[in-house]
Design a protein around this ligand. Structure first.
Ligand code: GLC
Length: 515
């Protein structure tokens, strides 16, 4: 059976930065709904909404205080229902984020845990522990183990009564205790809540982190857990997580329609990632290898080969990602300016020529760069604070989208957005690129339309020059020039990221050829 998610193009919406419907400077669900015609015209199959749930927004909504409601900043449940109805009417599937590793410290469960005694059932929903190294007043001065938060600093914070609680992320994001059956029941119910409202799938946040090794052992010296890195540890990619996804799969399968879930699992190898997409677990896992790969032929080829081999071993579809809300935008990662944009355009044609499912991040279709010069006092990413102001964090890829050439936020809304946009973003706006031949927006539209007609089914590598990749995908041929010199090509061009010059593909360009 062909499932929609096997070859879907899924567009990630970061609600606070997509479109502001009520003029308060923060994007919202009404803003998203108003842009559905744009998304249809772009040619994507589905939208994935980053969290819009009730939240104090200490980690831009990945700190959830109520998993079954919409934060008033973004609207309410009826706005959500209207958005789903409108998306479905436009033939767009809707995927929502689910954040099962932690809640906000403002979640009623955590508030009750703080108010309760050590050893109480309320505390057993999270990881509360006594610390070590007691001072003369009998208060512990050191946390129970040496774990570090991925946002910087230690992964433990002391409650007023002296016990410590675990948070792999910000101190306002306490980790749930997944050894507790109540946590399982709660999330099964949350899944059903959103499935009942008609969502087509879930993106599972920190899917590799839920289960911790028994006894919470020290990681020991020398293990540097970088932000969403791939090092295995007593808190990432512990085998017990797979039981959870087996039970979730049964819930998803019990619903009519073709519901799915995709794991955010930063793990040490493609083989470990494949464990998340075994037949009775989740449907997809993001393959983040392109997101971090250098722009060179060898890197791309090895990422593509590894993914195809991996997913084939478990009969799951490949996935591809070049950008998301956690990483610098790829135009900038590839060199910024014209060079970065040229390479980004070539990269997306390469990705869209591959079989499987593709995840796009809002604004990449406009060729937006990372915003590197945000004023420090406006930075909101907890990484900035927790690193002692040494890591700038992820705000630079979260700047509100420019929709129009002018206006207080280039059409994002009636007012200035929650982060300022660079002054030249009017020229990168949807309005400035719409219908303009050769614009990045039109390149994405054309590529998505062609991909929808000619759905890639395979990768058959063809002989090619050095620094060049060439493959046939069952429908058309894709040639990518990663080198610094033009490469002669032949055939009928279906689409190219840059004009051919005297029958040659310029440096940092890709093209699709028929036949
Ligand atoms: C995921 C999200 C990231 C968030 C973190 C904690 O990695 O993508 O934005 O900060 O989880 O929830």
């Amino acid at each position: 059976m062909r499932h929609w998610w096997h070859d879907a193009v899924i567009y990630q919406i970061y609600p606070r930065s997509f479109a502001d419907g009520n003029g308060d400077g923060m994007g919202d669900l009404a803003g998203i709904k108003s842009r559905i015609p744009y998304l249809s015209r772009l040619g994507v199959d589905a939208i994935w909404l980053s969290p819009f749930y009730t939240s104090p927004q200490n980690d831009a909504g990945y700190d959830v205080a109520d998993f079954r409601d919409v934060d008033p900043r973004f609207g309410d449940l009826s706005d959500f229902d209207e958005l789903v109805t409108a998306a479905h009417a436009a033939d767009l599937k809707v995927v929502v984020d689910i954040v099962p590793n932690h809640s906000s410290s403002e979640h009623p469960w955590f508030q009750a845990a703080l108010a309760a005694e050590p050893g109480s059932p309320e505390r057993a929903l999270y990881h509360f522990r006594d610390g070590v190294a007691v001072d003369e007043d009998g208060v512990t001065t050191e946390p129970p183990n040496d774990w570090r938060s991925v946002f910087g600093g230690r992964a433990w914070t002391q409650a007023p009564d002296g016990q410590w609680y675990l948070h792999l992320f910000d101190s306002t994001q306490p980790d749930f205790n997944w050894d507790n059956p109540k946590v399982h029941e709660e999330f099964a119910d949350i899944l059903r809540f959103w499935l009942d409202r008609g969502v087509d799938g879930f993106r599972v946040d920190v899917a590799h982190g839920l289960v911790k090794e028994p006894g919470l052992p020290d990681v020991g010296e020398g293990l540097d857990i970088e932000m969403l890195g791939t090092t295995r540890s007593p808190f990432f990619d512990v085998d017990g997580v797979h039981e959870i996804y087996r039970s979730w799969r049964q819930i998803l399968d019990s619903y009519p329609g073709d519901r799915m879930a995709v794991a955010e699992a930063w793990v040490e190898s493609p083989q470990r990632r494949a464990n998340y997409v075994r037949g009775d677990e989740l449907h997809q896992a993001f393959n983040f290898d392109l997101l971090v790969a250098d722009f060179d032929a060898e890197s791309y080829r090895s990422v593509i080969d590894a993914e195809l081999t991996t997913v084939t071993s478990v009969d799951a579809p490949p996935t591809w990602v070049l950008s998301n809300h956690d990483r610098p935008r790829y135009v900038t990662r590839y060199g910024d300016g014209k060079k970065g944009l040229d390479r980004a355009r070539a990269a997306v044609l390469t990705m869209l020529a591959l079989p499987g499912s593709v995840y796009l991040y809002q604004g990449e279709e406009l060729g937006l760069p990372e915003v590197l010069d945000l004023p420090d006092h406006l930075r909101e990413d907890p990484t900035w604070h927790r690193s002692g102001f040494t890591e700038k964090g992820r705000d630079g890829c979260r700047v509100p989208l420019p929709w129009k050439r002018s206006g207080p936020s280039f059409g994002f809304g009636e007012a200035a957005g929650w982060l300022p946009q660079p002054s030249d973003w009017g020229e990168k706006s949807v309005e400035a690129q719409d219908g303009v031949e050769g614009s990045t927006l039109e390149l994405y539209r054309s590529a998505l339309a062609l991909r929808r007609r000619d759905v890639p089914t395979k990768v058959a590598w063809l002989p090619s020059e050095a620094d060049t990749l060439s493959f046939h995908n069952g429908c058309f041929r894709c040639v990518v020039n990663f080198g610094s010199q033009p490469v002669p090509v032949d055939g009928d061009v279906l689409l190219s990221s840059a004009d051919l010059i005297d029958g040659a593909l310029p440096s940092g360009a890709a093209a699709w050829f028929s036949g």
